[in-house]
Design a protein around this ligand. Structure first.
Ligand SMILES: [Fe+2]
Ligand SMILES: [Fe+2]
Length: 374
């Protein structure tokens, strides 16, 4: 049949166009590409893209200027493969960048929560950097295990510098930790760098070590926080949750209690993490933990160890690319507590209010999921 193109041919042609366009991704071609990615990927790209986080602050004395409210955007876990392998995840990140660029006013900065690459390869990380450079707002970034274990962070650090750092923004102290430090398990197994990477990328293979923050970063953290009063506003970014959820999948940080002890003296601390690709809520004493969605795919919930405050996202259909996805927003109140708003498929927006967290789930209980999670 003259002129006939199969759905697959059309899809592959479109995909080729997408990748050709990625070669020199300037602002104009980015806009064209992201629009094309949205159109062609309807039903293919996961709808989770980013979460705006608004930090409210009491106005300070006139002219102080450091207690202004502000907003940043959080994007995480894009898991980019080399471009000829998988385009769906590329489209997911393009969409997130495009969505954030469409915010008006622009956020003060964008925080990327780790796992930009899937197998830590230079080409994956470069592809990610090429897409992220199109953000209009300044980028702050954290490392995930998928970025790190092929070359032990060499390429990532070449692109982004140190994986542990802190910064102050309008009176809030932000800390960025590398929470995916593993003890050497590879030498005794004589693993190649790719075998090491694939072992860490796997879930319950029983070969790898556990994630830690490690002693040197804990020392750094103590020093970094030493200058702050106990009522300072502190937001910590970690890749893995800074608590112990489920060890076989490395939803876990082995020295979590030691890190929590360093944060204990503050009135309230907010920890925002990626890695688990799912909505999670937890509170340990003065520390409130928020697990964020991925742009790539949602993980199932762990079979045990789930923090009891978590209001689960809906996951009724593992074969649907929109399953377990959605978006949301996080208003951080001036007292340091958070409203977590989820907009999930087949569910009305759910707002988790600070009273739910501060009363250990007794007050302001949000509606429970109306569909089962598998
Ligand atoms: Fe991830
Ligand atoms: Fe991860």
């Amino acid at each position: 049949m003259a002129g006939y193109k199969s759905v697959e041919t059309k899809y592959m042609e479109d995909r080729e166009k997408l990748f050709r366009g990625l070669v020199n991704l300037d602002r104009r071609s980015f806009l064209k590409l992201s629009a094309a990615a949205m159109g062609a990927a309807a039903g293919l790209a996961a709808p989770a893209s980013f979460t705006p986080v608004t930090v409210a602050q009491e106005p300070g004395p006139k002219g102080a200027g450091d207690a202004e409210s502000f907003r940043f955007a959080y994007i995480s876990d894009s898991h980019l493969y080399e471009r000829h392998v998988n385009d769906r995840f590329v489209r997911g990140l393009l969409r997130a960048v495009d969505d954030v660029n469409n915010l008006d006013p622009q956020p003060d900065f964008v925080f990327y929560g780790g796992d930009l690459a899937q197998l830590g390869q230079a080409k994956e990380l470069e592809l990610g950097a090429q897409i992220l450079k199109n953000l209009k707002a300044p980028l702050r970034i954290m490392v995930g295990e998928h970025d790190w274990y092929l070359d032990l962070g060499e390429k990532w650090q070449e692109l982004y510098g140190k994986s542990t750092y802190s910064f102050d923004h309008k009176g809030v102290h932000f800390v960025v930790l590398n929470s995916v430090v593993e003890a050497d398990f590879w030498t005794k197994h004589k693993m190649t760098p790719m075998e090491r990477m694939k072992t860490v990328a796997g879930l319950d293979n029983g070969l790898q070590s556990s994630f830690t923050v490690g002693e040197s970063q804990r020392e750094w953290l103590k020093d970094d926080l030493a200058k702050l009063d106990n009522d300072a506003r502190v937001i910590v970014f970690s890749h893995s949750p800074l608590y112990k959820l489920y060890k076989p999948w490395n939803f876990w940080t082995d020295d979590a209690e030691e890190v929590q002890a360093i944060l204990r003296r503050f009135k309230q601390v907010v920890v925002i993490h990626g890695h688990t690709h799912q909505l999670l809520l937890n509170r340990i004493g003065n520390i409130y933990f928020y697990g964020m969605l991925a742009t790539a795919w949602p993980w199932p919930y762990a079979p045990e160890g789930m923090p009891e405050l978590t209001i689960e996202m809906t996951r009724p259909d593992p074969f649907s690319p929109t399953d377990g996805c959605g978006d949301g927003e996080i208003p951080v109140h001036s007292d340091g507590l958070i409203d977590m708003v989820y907009n999930l498929w087949n569910r009305n927006p759910i707002t988790v209010r600070p009273a739910y967290m501060t009363s250990w789930g007794k007050k302001d209980v949000p509606p429970m999921p109306n569909r089962p999670s598998y």
